[in-house]
Design a protein around this ligand. Structure first.
Ligand code: AMP
Length: 304
């Protein structure tokens, strides 16, 4: 992971010797960006909080499918965590993350410090003076349960967009509301960036891959698939002709109640674009679910 190799490789056109760059500062990121631009390839940003898994890898592959050079950002953004949330316990493993990015032929890993991302705020990102906030799609579900969460997400994603200046950015359907909020922000702020999404990657029992899964005990892990099971039940009912959102929601609640370690937060059907709750389910409606499994809060969704 030596710095400068990307530039060397591009300048001598020896792509076979390409070595991934690990970049820590905004200045270095922008120098690397100039080099990537000279190569003529489009640049794709994959924003992550690290503790990378195969779900993240799928986003990197989506970038490559587009023929773009991939920049993966790894930054556990403090401002999208509430005061009583798991910021401190959030898993971090930069060494393993580098390996996965290398395997996926990522061009640049951008892993900035808090000072780089929130400069001049007296050491606390939360004390920042400038914020980006989307106020419509952010209102319900995660936004309601996690006040300030999407303000933190939009602020950090807008910063990353300015720093990396990608042509496209890839997000996971796993965080459906986040995807919709980011799409809205991109539209409203006229970012010249195309947003792509990749489907949720799951364990064989249906559990959506998540960095937080590592914090589940064995017993909790065994029951954590109840979220995806509940979504499956709703999906099957809908394909059998059930159109009442209420009945789908009740079926999801019943499914989750069968797992003693799971505590349901919400299980709701919403419009796939506006995220407003619906009474009648239609194609393109989305089933959204969140539950605590032990101390770990998990979310998942299914497009119907
Ligand atoms: P995170 O590191 O959890 O903030 O996620 C970074 C990106 O990876 C987001 O766009 C997520 O939606 C996406 N992602 C997380 N888990 C998965 C998954 N299981 N399948 C696909 N994408 C995912």
């Amino acid at each position: 992971m030596r710095r400068g190799f990307l530039r060397d490789a591009i300048e001598t056109r020896s792509y076979y010797e390409r070595v991934m760059d690990m970049i820590r500062t905004v200045n270095e990121m922008q120098a690397a960006l100039s080099a990537m631009r000279r190569s003529g390839r489009r640049v794709a940003l994959v924003p992550t909080m690290g503790a990378l898994h195969e779900g993240h890898a799928a986003l990197m592959r989506r970038a490559r499918e587009q023929g773009a050079a991939a920049v993966v950002s790894i930054y556990v953004n403090p401002t999208q965590f509430g005061p009583h949330e798991d910021f401190k316990q959030y898993p971090r493993d930069l060494g393993a993350d580098e390996q996965l990015c290398n395997r996926e032929k990522v061009e640049v890993v951008f892993a900035p410090s808090d000072d780089e991302m929130y400069p001049g705020d007296g050491g606390s990102a939360h004390a920042a003076a400038t914020w980006v906030e989307e106020t419509t799609l952010s209102r319900r579900f995660e936004g309601e349960r996690r006040p300030g969460h999407f303000r933190g997400v939009c602020t950090v994603v807008a910063k990353l967009f300015h720093i990396v200046q990608p042509d496209l950015a890839i997000f996971g359907q796993k965080d459906y509301q986040q995807l919709k909020v980011v799409q809205r922000m991109v539209r409203d702020l006229r970012f010249p960036i195309e947003i792509f999404f990749a489907p949720t990657v799951r364990e064989p029992d249906g559990l959506a891959l998540s960095s937080r899964n590592a914090r589940l005990s064995t017993a909790e892990r065994a029951q954590a698939a109840v979220l995806s099971k509940a979504l499956r039940v709703a999906y099957d009912l809908f394909t059998e002709g059930e159109q009442s959102a209420h009945r789908l929601e009740a079926a999801m609640q019943r499914t989750v109640s069968l797992a003693p370690v799971a505590r349901l937060d919400y299980a709701q059907i919403a419009d796939g674009e506006t995220l407003e709750p619906v009474a009648n389910v239609q194609h393109g409606s989305v089933a959204l679910i969140a539950a605590h499994v032990g101390k770990v809060r998990l979310i998942d969704n299914a497009i119907l």
